[in-house]
Design a protein around this ligand. Structure first.
Ligand code: PMP
Length: 508
């Protein structure tokens, strides 16, 4: 069994082994009843001590992912054992009809739900959540949109309630093509496909281009909804590290040489979760590599217009002479997620396949909402809203940065994002965002633990903080609580370490 280990990492080796096997079991790459190699064999193969492997197996056992049969071996547990169902009407798993029980062995727990479960335990009366990747509901132009819908109903009457064109309302596709042309992405309305949010666009592309067992190259970390999507299709994820200039291109090339993925998925502008933007030269190099290795790029530009500082770089799609980029965007972040309107831009045979796939998925995206959206954009309200929202989010980001500067203890690091909705923070060495969570939630603040955003090895010292939905005052209070929790956690850890050091005869 090959487990990629980074012996220079601060992450203990047993944890790396544990995390790798945990992911493999959860995505069913290791099926129920599969016998794991003995600790002796695995330790010899990996060049680590036996105790390291035994510790990793013990962790898996404590999570119910494996069962150890003394004298026989360590076996992957059936999923029912680790998918603890919420008790419903006092029913136990075995009280469900067999077909329901069978379902348990075929399903898996998406990382997003795993994280939601972890966050659900907060009991504070007034919790502040930095855990989402949300926009601010109080900025939604609900009144204006109501008026626009009424105007559309007066104008279009019953037509607005038909299925409409399955590629999307033609004037909306024209408007989108026009907006994109203004951003240096020349396209025709015939290459625009309206989808139910950009999540559906990602899903259509994945379904058409990647078969089960195939692989997709992604940033590591990356968007949790993409990790779950690809895993749900039994697709292997090849993670490429991200630094302050985005995806590391030499690592992309290495990965492309090693193993041909079917797709490269990237979020070049205000990457979720780190907030970084891919540098201009990396964008060009990525496109060259994709053309050279004949691999399409799926560009998710979901935050592209939420820029607070600096100048916009051209989208990958704007630099793409050979048509290897499939471009995806959404009105969820720039306007309102409840509209469920996103779109993709593709050409050639792929467009037709995506259109068929869209048709089999949900026939069409809401005709009424598309008409209203088109009317809303055409009278200039969309651009005005975007300016207003960006102004508010810039202030909210600045408030978070100021609060972090003021309250965070030494050793905590973060990068100020130039756009987007979230800030990525690194805890002092050796502090796990998962371990800190109970303390934080007791203080009344929660965040998204960074480990959920990694496709394979899951470092635990990161967290993502969503500043956009909170007023500056609320953010200040939330960060103050978080800093208090961290200080408490650090002093408790120090107190726990002290007797151990004395016991080991270490003088301090
Ligand atoms: N891509 C990224 C990077 C996201 O963060 C999200 C949602 N947060 C989506 C796609 C999907 O958004 P929607 O379906 O609402 O357009």
């Amino acid at each position: 069994m090959r487990i990629p280990l980074n012996k220079k990492s601060r992450e203990p080796l047993y944890r790396q082994i544990h995390q790798f096997l945990r992911d493999e079991i959860r995505c069913k790459a290791l099926p129920a009843d599969f016998r794991l190699p003995s600790s002796r064999t695995l330790s010899a193969g990996l060049g680590v001590s036996r105790i390291t492997v035994m510790n990793a197996y013990a962790e898996l056992e404590s999570e119910g992912l494996v069962h150890i049969q003394p004298g026989s071996g360590t076996y992957v547990a059936p999923p029912a054992a680790y998918h603890s169902l919420p008790a419903e009407d006092g029913l136990d798993v075995h009280d469900w009809p067999i077909w329901q029980q069978e379902l348990l062995s075929r399903t898996w727990l998406p990382a997003r739900r795993e994280m939601e479960r972890l966050l659900a335990s907060t009991v504070h009366p007034d919790p502040i959540s930095f855990a989402g990747d949300l926009v601010a509901e109080n900025l939604f132009p609900a009144d204006e949109f109501r008026k626009t819908i009424n105007a559309v109903l007066r104008r279009d009457g019953q037509q607005a309630f038909g299925y409409g064109n399955r590629a999307g309302f033609a004037p909306l596709r024209e408007t989108i093509a026009h907006i994109l042309a203004g951003q240096g992405i020349p396209t025709s309305p015939d290459h625009v496909l309206i989808t139910s949010g950009s999540q559906q666009a990602l899903s259509l592309v994945a379904q058409v281009l990647v078969q089960a067992g195939g692989s997709v190259l992604v940033e590591s970390p990356t968007y949790i909804g993409a990790i779950d999507l690809f895993r749900s299709l039994n697709v292997r994820l090849m993670g490429v590290p991200v630094d302050e200039e985005g995806m590391r291109i030499e690592a992309v090339e290495e990965a492309l040489k090693r193993n041909k993925p079917r797709l490269i998925y990237t979020i070049p502008a205000f990457h979720n979760p780190t907030g970084v933007c891919m540098a201009a030269d990396r964008r060009r190099r990525l496109i060259n590599l994709a053309s050279r290795y004949n691999v399409p790029i799926l560009e998710d530009d979901c935050f592209g217009d939420l820029r607070y500082d600096g100048r916009a770089l051209p989208a990958l799609k704007a630099l793409d002479p050979n048509g290897c980029v499939i471009y995806v965007n959404t009105f969820s972040k720039m306007l309102m997620p409840g509209l469920r309107v996103g779109y993709l831009v593709a050409s050639g045979p792929l467009y037709d396949r995506l259109l068929s796939c869209k048709y089999t998925c949900d026939l069409a995206t809401s005709n009424l909402i598309q008409r209203a959206l088109e009317a809303y954009i055409s009278v200039g309200r969309y651009q005005a809203h975007l300016r207003r929202a960006c102004g508010a989010y810039r202030k909210r980001r600045d408030a978070m940065v100021a609060a972090l500067d003021a309250h965070m203890p030494e050793g905590v690091r973060w990068r100020v994002p130039k756009g987007g909705l979230c800030l990525w923070l690194r805890l002092p060495d050796g502090v796990s965002a998962i371990d800190l969570l109970p303390e934080a939630s007791e203080e009344g603040v929660v965040y998204a633990p960074g480990s959920f955003y990694f496709p394979a090895e899951r470092p635990e010292s990161f967290m993502r903080l969503n500043f956009a939905p909170h007023t500056p005052e609320r953010t200040e209070e939330g960060i103050r609580r978080l800093a208090r929790a961290l200080e408490r956690y650090l002093s408790r850890r120090k107190a726990e370490e002290e007797p151990q050091r004395l016991h080991m005869g270490v003088t301090v």
